[in-house]
Design a protein around this ligand. Structure first.
Ligand code: RIB
Ligand code: CA
Length: 314
């Protein structure tokens, strides 16, 4: 049995972030969640840190360490997504306030300290929201960059184009300066963009499978996806909601159900209409060096079957 992979989940819950956190916490033999760091994104920071704690308690893991991080992007006003996730960020089912504590330490200091204390090359960062915490840690402590094993993040889009502007995906759009720092860091990056997450769509059968678990987790995940999907169904006319962030954790658990290309990805920060765009050189038409594994395909049936099985363990 190989040791569980050490990860830090950086997140802006968000119903899809919540399912990703549940999947990680349901997989202790595979993933050792050293901490969950909240960032402002879908909703403001006081809600994302609270929501992260709510999800840990729902998972029955109240000893998980949750940290509050940056409340605003590096250089721009915060843009949030209540229109997608609701006012609380976890709209859908009724949720109770958490009783587990928030850690006193700032999330960025936790990220820096953990990367300095853990053996080099053993900690994977899993950003599920804007990259503000990660970029701030890299700026404040450049010595940790080479110690990061890998970054596996949800963000960006190319063929699928944008979801918050015609050109940009939300996580990158909220803090493009942070994304630019991360994508230029030289760290081994795997990107789960809208190009793949838009194939991880819920269907009634898949939501029914969550409900059929007969647990509070199953009921809650079904209620979250029912709430969350109304935005995408209306916008894209799609069958259901794309489970964006769980694709990050699923990639760590089952990389074989994904496929992509190692290419150059640059972040637009000065575009009039394209700020926040991930300019993915999929066809390798430039000589810009490859800096990311850009995932485009998923076996969605395997994803939902395995996700539901893991959630049954909580
Ligand atoms: O664009 C989708 C991403 O933005 C997801 O991470 C979702 O939670 C929001 O943060
Ligand atoms: Ca998110």
């Amino acid at each position: 049995m190989t040791a569980a992979r050490k990860i830090i989940i950086d997140t802006d819950p968000g119903q899809d972030d919540a399912v990703a956190i549940l999947l990680a916490l349901a997989s202790p033999d595979d993933l050792d969640v050293l901490g969950i760091t909240a960032v402002a994104g879908n909703v403001p920071l006081p809600l994302t840190e609270k929501n992260a704690r709510i999800v840990c308690e729902l998972a029955g893991k109240p000893n998980t360490r949750v940290f509050a991080g940056c409340a605003a992007p590096l250089a721009r006003p915060l843009v949030t997504a209540e229109h997608v996730h609701g006012k609380t960020g976890l709209d859908g089912p009724p949720m109770v306030d958490p009783t587990m504590p928030l850690e006193d330490q700032h999330a960025v200091d936790f990220i820096i300290e953990t990367l300095r204390q853990e053996a080099s090359g053993t900690v994977t960062l899993c950003p599920l929201g804007p990259l503000t915490n990660i970029a701030t840690a890299f700026q404040r402590a450049p010595d940790i960059i080479d110690r990061v094993a890998a970054i596996v993040l949800m963000g960006g889009a190319y063929f699928e184009v944008g979801n918050i502007t015609p050109a940009a995906e939300f996580n990158i759009y909220v803090d493009p300066e942070a994304a630019k720092i991360v994508f230029a860091s030289g760290v081994d990056i795997t990107v789960l963009p809208l190009d793949v997450t838009h194939h991880a769509l819920t269907t009634q059968a898949r939501v029914d499978a969550f409900k059929a678990l007969g647990t509070q987790v199953g009921e809650t995940v079904a209620a979250w996806t029912n709430f969350f999907e109304r935005f995408d169904k209306e916008k894209y006319g799609s069958a259901g909601a794309p489970l964006h962030d769980p694709c990050v954790i699923a990639y760590l658990l089952w990389p074989d159900i994904f496929a992509g290309r190692h290419i150059n990805v640059e972040i637009e920060t000065d575009g009039t209409y394209t700020t926040g765009m991930t300019v993915a050189d999929w066809w390798r038409v430039t000589d810009r060096p490859a800096n990311a594994l850009f995932i485009k395909d998923i076996d969605a049936e395997a994803f939902f079957t395995r996700l539901t099985d893991r959630l049954s363990r909580l």
